[in-house]
Design a protein around this ligand. Structure first.
Ligand code: HJL
Ligand code: ZN
Length: 169
């Protein structure tokens, strides 16, 4: 557990608000979005990892930071996380996971898919604006693989504002 918070079980909006607070720690940059993410054990209401864009070295995404951190905690490679994640692990991310990345980086959707049954539900704050990669096919890919993607509604304006920190247009 990385942090104790008093969020009621199933209070998706409160988890998304917490994810947004991490997003706002991302360094503003005109060429990406500032995103925050949390991995939560929904059975015990425990936060397993948190992350934000560029938190860890190497042009990292928020979701990727969560996976790297928890892999380090358990001393397993990221693609073996399925074995250590609690059976009811869910991901909260302020922006839908990416389906496409700049050269040399595995998209977060592929990182989620390689977890097999590791993550069953992904809660998203907003869809990715069509600014850098056109339409993000991430959500459709997750759904096609049987992963539930749930929009947590009502925070879109705040999330968009934080996401676009450092953008000039
Ligand atoms: C998500 C993040 C993040 C993005 N999306 N879900 N989490 N930064 O932490 C999506 C955006 C890409 C740009 C640049 N941003 O990041 O499409 O250099 O950041 O691979 O397309 O691509 P790279
Ligand atoms: Zn990503």
């Amino acid at each position: 557990m990385v942090e104790s918070v008093s969020i009621a079980p199933g209070d998706h909006k409160a988890y998304m608000q917490l994810a947004l607070s991490y997003a706002s720690k991302s360094p503003p940059k005109p060429t990406n979005f500032c995103v925050g993410a949390l991995l939560v054990d929904a059975s015990t209401n425990t936060i397993l990892a948190n992350g934000y864009s560029e938190e860890l070295p190497g042009n990292t995404h928020a979701e990727q930071c969560c996976f790297i951190k928890i892999a380090q905690q358990h001393n397993v490679p990221e693609d073996k996380l399925e074995d250590v994640l609690p059976s009811n692990t869910v991901l909260y991310t302020t922006m839908e996971p990416c389906g496409k990345r700049s050269v040399g980086n595995l998209p977060c959707v592929e990182r989620i898919l390689q977890l097999g049954k590791g993550i069953k539900t992904v809660y998203v704050g907003i869809n990715e604006p069509e600014k850098f990669v056109g339409k993000n096919v991430g959500r459709a890919k997750l759904e096609a693989a049987g992963i539930k993607v749930v929009a947590v509604e009502g925070m879109e304006t705040e999330i968009l504002e934080v996401s676009q920190a450092g953008h000039t247009s």
